[in-house]
Design a protein around this ligand. Structure first.
Ligand code: M6R
Length: 363
């Protein structure tokens, strides 16, 4: 039931504060993540992890790319991420001590399931599934599973499934990190608890984002830029826009601009930049000035730390200041709203975009 919402997608975007609360419920105790929530035998398995291989499709893959940054930074072990349709059909090399993680909303995605089955023929340490559907094929065929507790997601465009996957991936990062001497777990857990309120604050930006969407209605292309953990958030933002508004959108790590995409920038190419305060902010700002110098119009999502010259070529949405590791979760929300309002203005079928199915159970 959509309730008072016009579409399931909007309802699901607005459910995110509650979903995050549900993801955390029963999973943390006195500032620490409880390991038993991953299943029996989880602790013994986690003790042996030296490397991580993540496999998923679409939005779930984008969540996996964020996790790679987190795992390599906070745990300090190598993490590889690959789309399932590539992983399953190539010769891959499994290093000893590698934990194989699948991420899926439905747990029935054909490529992800086949990649898991392929991987089971190799010498992976164990198989963890991060999934929204208990009892799904992926969960049944994995050694360990943790549910994302997002509730049913009806809109084809994944929204609350993505943010809930990110929260679970952070819990996973923390249980691995404590084995490698990471001692800020309580601090990160406290930040996870603050996410609920922050998400509500970001949703309150809705009217501003709705206004911003008007600039995209007559556009055929859009470029999304981010750096670091925010690069996969840019990819996810571009995916949302193309899926439901049919505007061709591409995401680039901002540092790649000069290596090609800058040639596309002109007044017809809106550039969406996601720029929370982090160690790469200065570099990103320099990239943005390059865009403006070429006549490109910038749509910037940033916080109080961003220093940009005001101008007619800039539309700015200011988000609350958030802890760096939480930024991918928070910044994905305004991009969901942007795609949603552009699609509404264009009059497309938001919840059931053309040519797409909610669950891709065939290749
Ligand atoms: O159910 P899954 O998470 O395995 O689905 C993977 C993709 O099909 C899915 O994320 C798709 O990309 C979404 N429609 C994106 O919004």
């Amino acid at each position: 039931d959509k309730g008072l919402y016009r579409h399931y997608m909007l309802k699901e975007i607005y459910e995110q504060p509650d979903v995050i609360a549900r993801v955390l419920e029963g999973r943390i105790h006195q500032g620490h993540v409880l390991e038993q929530v991953f299943g029996s035998g989880a602790s013994e398995l986690f003790d042996q992890v030296k490397m991580v291989q993540i496999v998923a499709c679409g939005t779930s893959y984008n969540a996996g790319v964020v996790a790679r940054y987190w795992i390599e930074k906070l745990v300090g072990i190598p993490c590889m991420v690959e789309v399932a349709s590539e992983f399953r059909y190539r010769k891959t090399v499994c290093m000893p001590g590698t934990l194989f993680i699948t991420i899926s909303q439905s747990g029935e995605t054909a490529d992800t399931l086949s990649a898991l089955r392929e991987a089971k023929e190799q010498s992976y340490l164990g198989f963890l599934s991060i999934c929204n559907v208990a009892g799904s094929s992926l969960v049944r065929e994995s050694d360990l599973a943790i549910m994302t507790n997002a509730g049913p997601e009806i809109g084809v465009a994944s929204t609350k499934a993505f943010t809930s996957q990110l929260v679970v991936l952070m819990l996973t990062t923390l249980v691995l990190a404590r084995r490698y001497g990471f001692d800020d777990e309580q601090e990160i857990v406290a930040q996870l608890e603050q996410l609920i309120g922050l998400t509500e604050q970001v949703l309150a930006l809705d009217p501003q984002i709705q206004k911003m969407a008007e600039h995209f209605v007559d556009k055929h292309h859009a470029l999304f830029l981010g750096r670091g953990t925010i690069y996969p958030v840019a990819v996810e933002g571009a995916l949302k826009l193309k899926e439901i508004s049919y505007i061709h959108a591409e995401a680039y790590p901002a540092g790649e601009l000069k290596h090609g995409p800058l040639a596309l920038v002109d007044e017809d190419m809106p550039v969406v930049a996601i720029a929370p305060n982090n160690s790469l902010l200065e570099k990103l700002q320099a990239n943005l000035e390059e865009v403006r110098a070429r006549g490109g119009k910038l749509f910037l999502f940033a916080d109080s730390k961003a220093q940009v010259k005001p101008g007619n070529d800039l539309e700015l949405i200011t988000l609350p200041d958030v802890p760096t590791v939480m930024a991918p979760i928070i910044y994905s929300i305004p991009l969901q709203l942007l795609a949603y309002y552009v699609a509404c203005l264009k009059g497309t079928d938001v919840d059931q975009p053309r040519n797409l199915a909610k669950s891709v159970t065939v290749e």
